[in-house]
Design a protein around this ligand. Sequence first.
Ligand SMILES: Cc1cc2nc3c(=O)[nH]c(=O)nc-3n(C[C@H](O)[C@H](O)[C@H](O)COP(=O)(O)O)c2cc1C
Length: 141
Amino acid sequence: MALIQLIYLSSLSDIKLEAGIAKILQSSIRHNKVNGITGMLLYANGNFLQVLEGETESVVETFSRICADPRHYDIVELIREPVRERHFSQWSMGFQHLSEADLRAYPRYAPFFRYRADDEAICASPGLALDLLRQFSIDNR
Ligand SMILES: Cc1cc2nc3c(=O)[nH]c(=O)nc-3n(C[C@H](O)[C@H](O)[C@H](O)COP(=O)(O)O)c2cc1C
């Protein structure tokens, strides 16, 4: 069976929903355990960056549920490709809320969390999204 990795960017619909991210995470972990999905969710300044990995069918089904979720919008798929092995196998869904200090420490990733003004720059270098997700999964604390 083929493993794929899907990475997308989106924005929180309303900043008042920020307190509800823990709930999103809880239900994500619950579903992902059942569906064999692993990955990482990053959040900063009203924006999400998420990687989902698993069997093609499970990832596609999960992503279509995620796309229909009104808690976020402006969903931009950056990467959807086959992978030989999982990069985030430890997490049903890891999570990091990045601080201003994190963003300052890694300026090359700043466009991802600059209120989406830099979508073009982001789409031009999708590999950077994976680097960013891996960086903060290593730093997971
Ligand atoms: C930014 C974001 C990331 C999400 N990630 C996942 C995920 O990894 N897996 C998942 O099943 N649902 C995820 N969801 C939630 C789904 O959109 C959907 O609400 C959920 O799967 C429905 O299940 P529930 O009714 O049991 O909560 C995410 C939602 C948002 C807004």
